[in-house]
Design a protein around this ligand. Structure first.
Ligand code: ADP
Ligand code: MG
Length: 134
C-alpha cells in the first residue's frame, strides 16, 4: 500500500493507524535513506502505543526498549557489519516476544520468526514523504 504524508505530523497519523493494528510479535523493517523519516515514524508508533518516554535514535546502543500497550524494541543496526555480530549479541530473541513489536532501521537480520512488514520511505521534498508498505 502506498501513502504520502506532507508533514511529520501526518507521518505520526499514519504511524498511529498502523500502530492500532499491532497485537504483538510483529517485526517492522524501515527502509530509506538518512533523513527519510524512519525514526520520526517510529516515534509516531511509540506515541500510539502509549509510550511517554522520548524515543531517540539507538545508533550507538543498537537497540532501545520501551514500555507501552506493547513493548517496543527499536533497533538501529547501521553500525553492525554482519549477522554473526548480531547473533553474538543475542538480539534475535527480541523478535520472539509476543508482547512486543520490533522496529528495525538499517536491518541486518536475515532470518525472522514471522514475515516482517516492510515500510519503504522516500523523500519527495522537504516536507513530503512516500510510504510504501508491504
Ligand atoms: P531517519 O531516521 O530516516 O534518518 P529521521 O526521522 O531522523 O530520519 O529524520 C527525518 C527528518 O525529516 C526529520 O527532521 C523530520 O522532521 C523531517 N520531515 C519532514 N517532513 C517529514 C515527513 N512528512 N515525515 C517524516 N519526517 C519528515
Ligand atoms: Mg533514524
Amino acid at each position: 500500500m502506498l501513502f504520502e504524508t506532507k508533514s511529520p505530523k501526518e507521518t505520526f497519523k499514519l504511524a498511529k493507524n498502523i500502530a492500532s493494528k499491532l497485537v504483538g510479535g510483529e517485526i517492522i523493517i524501515l527502509e530509506g535513506e538518512l533523513g527519510a523519516g524512519k525514526t520520526t515514524f517510529t516515534k509516531g508508533i511509540a506515541k500510539a502505543l502509549g509510550i511517554d518516554e522520548e524515543v531517540t535514535s539507538p545508533t550507538f546502543v543498537l537497540m532501545k526498549e520501551y514500555e507501552g500497550r506493547l513493548k517496543l524494541y527499536h533497533f538501529d543496526l547501521y553500525r553492525i557489519e554482519n549477522q554473526d555480530e548480531l547473533e553474538e549479541l543475542g538480539f534475535s530473541d527480541y523478535m520472539y516476544d509476543k508482547n512486543g513489536v520490533c522496529i528495525i532501521e538499517w536491518n541486518k537480520f536475515k532470518d525472522f520468526p514471522v514475515a516482517p512488514l516492510y515500510v519503504k520511505i522516500d523523500r519527495i521534498d522537504d516536507n513530503s514523504r512516500s510510504f510504501n508498505i508491504k
